[in-house]
Write a protein that binds this ligand. Structure first.
Ligand SMILES: Cc1cc2nc3c(=O)[nH]c(=O)nc-3n(C[C@H](O)[C@H](O)[C@H](O)COP(=O)(O)OP(=O)(O)OC[C@H]3O[C@@H](n4cnc5c(N)ncnc54)[C@H](O)[C@@H]3O)c2cc1C
Length: 364
């Protein structure tokens, strides 16, 4: 019997791709177009700097994934012909406020100490930022550069994974809503809305916010919530921005992507003008010439956030062959999910230690 994966976003497909490489048979069940789908609305960063302040295990896991990305993207290109436009030339966080820069550097320094010194970043004064990116405006007082950071085209990544999974013999069913999961001695049955049952030896719940409706029967507590992010994109521009930041990047087609806001507004995934204006102001503070270009699109999407912002990798305590996987940095972690997570799912002794990311951390 196959491994059944509920959810065909970046997380579900990355895991499916990885499991197929270990010769498992895999079925992915993915819901409707109208579902909340972070994988279709994200910012596309493969980002390390600043992640995991106060949580070195997360910083290491993120870094491990970023380090796998070159090879991972090359494999996807070879197997599918889809270039996910990975660029890992490093990233810069730009600052217009000296106190904010100082606090940020203190956080990164602490993180570097927690990780035994292996955490490369350079603090740049205004002139050093200008040397790297001459277009920055007068308000920029400095920045932090790290070689660890980069970005991809997230929609191409989805496309590449979809092709790769199918090519490797995985089944992906789209437009199918799982309404229940039955667990028995021999495995699991994912029950679809039309009553069809899809049997599996193992089950992975990777349904993003959709997991909230499905996980309780399996004993997961699923401490996740939506967090809205709004994103803007400009018309195509001549290439100028070699270094992405957490809030600005020039995509491979030429537009500058601006975002993403963070708001606790429940399940609302529509944009609002004050947020769009704030994002646009931030962008023009850093790069004034963007004030003269057209915005061509804006959208909102919902992050899947745990209480502490870290991923959750949880095996069911009632049915150990069922796992719940979610994270708010599924692009960055896609390489780790494909390359390292399958061993954890299959309970092999080569599995990474993911004990820091279990749900039990929320129950103390
Ligand atoms: C604005 C924004 C910016 C972001 N920027 C970045 C970034 O720069 N870098 C980064 O690493 N991450 C970023 N993220 C996070 C990243 O997008 C997510 O971590 C990732 O997309 C989560 O993928 P997922 O597969 O878990 O969830 P989703 O993409 O939400 O996919 C869940 C899937 O499950 C399916 N589903 C749900 N319920 C059911 C059901 N009952 N039956 C069948 N199928 C079901 C849905 O149809 C959906 O396709 C960002 C997110 C947002 C919102």
């Amino acid at each position: 019997m196959p491994v059944v994966i509920v959810g065909g976003g970046i997380v579900g497909l990355s895991i499916a791709y990885g499991l197929l490489k270990t010769d498992q048979s895999v079925v992915v069940l993915d819901g409707a177009e109208e579902d909340f789908r972070a994988s279709h609305g994200n910012f596309g960063l493969v980002w390390v700097q600043g992640k995991g302040a106060n949580a070195p295990a997360y910083a290491s896991w993120t870094r491990q994934s970023a380090a796998l990305w070159q090879d991972y993207a090359a494999d996807l290109l070879e197997e599918t012909g889809v270039d996910v436009s990975l660029s890992q030339t490093g990233g810069i966080e730009y600052f217009t406020d000296a106190a904010e820069l100082e606090a940020y550097v203190a956080r990164l320094t602490q993180l570097r100490d927690d990780l035994g010194g292996d955490y490369p970043f350079d603090v740049l004064d205004r002139e050093a930022v200008k040397e790297r990116v001459p277009e920055v405006g007068e308000k920029v007082i400095g920045g932090v550069f790290s070689t660890m950071d980069g970005h991809v085209n997230p929609l191409k990544l989805l496309r590449a994974l979809t092709i790769a999974v199918r090519k490797a013999g995985g089944d992906i069913f789209t437009g199918v809503q799982v309404v229940d999961i039955e667990a028995g001695d021999d495995g699991f049955a994912a029950v679809l809305k039309d009553g069809t049952k899809v049997d599996g030896e193992r089950l992975i719940l990777a349904a993003g916010l959709g997991a909230l409706q499905l996980g309780h029967n399996l004993g997961f507590s699923m401490p996740i919530r939506p967090q809205q992010g709004q994103v803007l994109i400009t018309e195509k521009l001549p290439y100028f921005l070699k270094y992405p930041s957490g809030t600005l990047r020039q995509v491979n087609e030429g537009g500058v992507q601006i975002g993403a806001s963070k708001a606790e507004v429940g399940m609302i995934d529509s944009i609002d003008i004050p947020t769009v204006a704030k994002l646009a102001k931030h962008a023009t503070d850093i790069f004034p010439h963007l004030g003269k270009v057209k915005l061509v699109r804006s959208w909102a999407a919902l992050r899947i956030m745990s209480q502490d912002g870290l991923p959750i990798y949880q095996r069911s305590t009632k049915f150990p062959r069922a796992s719940f996987v979610t994270c708010h940095s599924g692009i960055t972690l896609s390489a780790a999910h494909a390359r390292l997570l399958p061993d954890w799912i299959l309970e092999r002794n080569t599995a990474p230690d993911l004990s820091h990311f279990s749900e039990s951390r929320f129950h103390v």
